[in-house]
Design a protein around this ligand. Structure first.
Ligand SMILES: NC(=O)c1ccc[n+]([C@@H]2O[C@H](COP(=O)([O-])OP(=O)(O)OC[C@H]3O[C@@H](n4cnc5c(N)ncnc54)[C@H](O)[C@@H]3O)[C@@H](O)[C@H]2O)c1
Length: 292
């Protein structure tokens, strides 16, 4: 299957990053969101991200300009997907919302278009079961921040065709990413492992075993992870992590029961970098690396 146009639904943290990678990969890219202000912010973010790529020597000025011309925006989903051979949804992690979108894709997409979800944890089968051609449904799990992160997990359901999987691997490769193939299971590879590491870190913090800063430092310097578990959850969002753990707890069992401290922070509005405070404090003038 020849993919020339990619539609990305949702222009938040992930959608804008995927749109940027898509345009740099040479695809005609349509970015759709219900919110006009999110689209405006996304275009500014993409432009700044491309500028940063130029200043880091990752692409030249003409490649940046060409990438920007490949992106258009839309607030009408059925129009946005009309010409796309690949549709990637990146709306919030809510099953009902994603199901509604897959129904729209089924109705308005081109014949043979591939429907992909960037879900962090939900079962792709839940989406593919409601469309006509489940062999064309797949997970493409990108990582935050998309322009810098190398991996895309490709999640196959038992019904995803080889052709669909191969087309998505080719797209991710053209976006400059590495891929791994995952047979559908809750949390795939990365969300499942990351959720457990993070939950264990919260349990240790709650038990007073070490400060948050020292747990992060130990994992970075002793285990060679580029980020500590709390730096990571502050980036992902504590609310997003809680949702993933709740889902894994329901589907995979007790081992994934969310830490009470994580739940408490979410209730207090400590959602991570996006709210100015998560485990660490990001309010003006504070250096999160010395927060305990
Ligand atoms: N944030 C991460 O680190 C991360 C990493 C990997 C995967 N994911 C997954 O990616 C998906 C998106 O996450 P995010 O962090 O980008 O969310 P986000 O909240 O930053 O962005 C979601 C966007 O979707 C838009 N939206 C809401 N309903 C819509 C609709 N019906 N149609 C079109 N647009 C709509 C919102 O206006 C918003 O701009 C989720 O499934 C999440 O689990 C997130």
């Amino acid at each position: 299957m020849q993919i020339q146009t990619i539609a990305i639904i949702g222009a938040g943290t992930m959608g804008r990053g995927i749109a940027c990678a898509s345009a740099v990969g040479g695809y005609t890219t349509v970015l759709e969101d219900v919110s006009g202000s999110m689209l405006a912010k996304a275009i500014t973010w993409i432009s700044e991200s491309l500028d940063e790529g130029v200043s880091r020597g990752k692409l030249d000025g003409s490649a940046r300009d060409a990438a920007l011309t490949r992106i258009t925006t839309s607030q009408v989903v059925d129009e946005a997907i009309r010409d796309a051979e690949l549709i990637i949804e990146a709306v919030p992690e809510e099953l009902e919302m994603k199901l509604e979108l897959f129904t729209i894709f089924d109705k308005f997409a081109k014949p043979n278009a591939i429907f992909a979800s960037n879900t962090s944890s939900l079962a792709i089968s839940d989406f593919s079961d409601i469309v006509l051609h489940r062999e064309r449904c797949i997970g493409m799990h990108f990582f935050n921040p998309v322009p810098k992160m190398k991996l895309v997990e490709i999640i196959r359901t038992p019904h995803t065709s080889d052709e669909t999987a191969a087309a998505c691997v080719a797209v991710a490769t053209r976006m400059g990413k590495e891929t791994v193939i995952v047979n559908e299971a809750p949390g795939f590879i990365t969300s499942r492992i990351n959720a457990l590491i993070g939950n264990e870190a919260f349990a240790m913090l709650e038990a007073g075993i070490a400060s948050a800063a020292d747990i992060d430092k130990a994992v970075k310097l002793g285990l060679n992870h580029p980020m500590g578990p709390f730096e990571m959850v502050d980036l992902v969002g504590l609310d997003a992590r809680l949702k993933i753990l709740e889902y894994l707890h329901t589907t995979l069992g007790e081992k994934y029961k969310p830490s009470p401290l994580l739940r408490q922070y979410v209730l207090e509005g400590r959602l991570g970098r996006k709210s100015g405070r998560g485990v660490h404090d990001y309010s003006a003038g504070k250096d999160p690396r010395v927060e305990t």
